[in-house]
Design a binder for this molecule. Sequence first.
Ligand SMILES: Cc1cc2nc3c(=O)[nH]c(=O)nc-3n(C[C@H](O)[C@H](O)[C@H](O)COP(=O)(O)OP(=O)(O)OC[C@H]3O[C@@H](n4cnc5c(N)ncnc54)[C@H](O)[C@@H]3O)c2cc1C
Length: 331
Amino acid sequence: MSNKTILLYAEVTKENYLHTVLFELANKAHELAKSLDNATIAALLITKPGMLNEFKEAFENNGFDKVYIAEHEKFSNYSTELYSKAALDIIKEIQPEIILIGATTQGRDLAPRISSSLHTGLTADCIELEINEKGMLAATRPTFGGKLMATILCKNKPQMATVRPKVFKPLNEILKKNTEYILKTPDLSNLKTNVELIKFTKNLTSCINELDSAEIIVAGGKGMKNEEGFRLLKEFANTIGAAVGASRGAVDMGLAAHEMQIGQTGKTVTPKLYIACGISGAIQHIVGMDGSDKVIAINSDKNAPIFENSDYGIVGDAFEILPQLTKMLIK
Ligand SMILES: Cc1cc2nc3c(=O)[nH]c(=O)nc-3n(C[C@H](O)[C@H](O)[C@H](O)COP(=O)(O)OP(=O)(O)OC[C@H]3O[C@@H](n4cnc5c(N)ncnc54)[C@H](O)[C@@H]3O)c2cc1C
């Protein structure tokens, strides 16, 4: 094993789970580690006391060599100032080669704070990570509105990147390791914080996360035209037990909430089946759904680009096709 470390941020969710993006990053980190003389794969866990036992099995089954834990009563809720202080203390000590963080709300807040404090670069929202011939992290992300893919190298160490949930797949089998746990007690005594959490209020619309775990998604675009179009789409989705998603075109028309948007500036989804209705297939949409196992497109234009990214295509009017499919399936 080399003396290089790939450090992954283990985010603890509000419900006290490890965010699943950690396991997706772990799978990719195992791949990267091979090109870095079997680098150590470590996790950074910042949490209130008493949580580690809950997570041990997950770390050990996902092949983590080490877990660095910063525990404190003050870590019951996420705080940029407190968490970045704890993270920086550990990072400065272990000097990782690479740091990977999930591009979740928390990760998007924490990562730039860490990178700017360390005067290092951060490539955000990556869709691919590789080790190049010089042993550097080559992080690829969409740029120019998704029209180009840019592969970015970071000159300084640690090399940092964030990756959105669902971009990588988790390990498909258990990779058992005798994980070493290293407890660090953060010294927060001299830390002056400017922000205090008074109350946490759930925004119910932002909690619509059924798209994240849905096995089937029916997504509507501008071609669904109006509320009646989306009613037909939802009726069909209900019949087959699917979650409903949308293109930005549909969101901009007010036919769907932003939380339902799939694509570069929306969610990344990886269902078993993705049914795109009245969606043209712009690259910014495709990057959010091309990890789907199978794609069916319904579009009235036989030349619509979506068909190039589909396994099956139906050329026709979705206003006629969807009710027919619903009727066939209800029978
Ligand atoms: C920086 C940036 C970020 C972006 N992020 C996203 C993103 O996250 N997600 C996203 O989706 N887009 C995103 N976009 C927008 C993207 O470029 C497209 O404009 C958008 O995806 C188009 O939405 P659409 O396919 O619904 O609409 P359109 O491109 O207008 O396509 C509508 C389709 O419906 C078909 N149609 C019309 N009537 C019917 C009918 N009766 N039955 C069947 N088919 C019909 C048409 O043939 C057409 O193909 C982004 C753009 C930029 C610049």
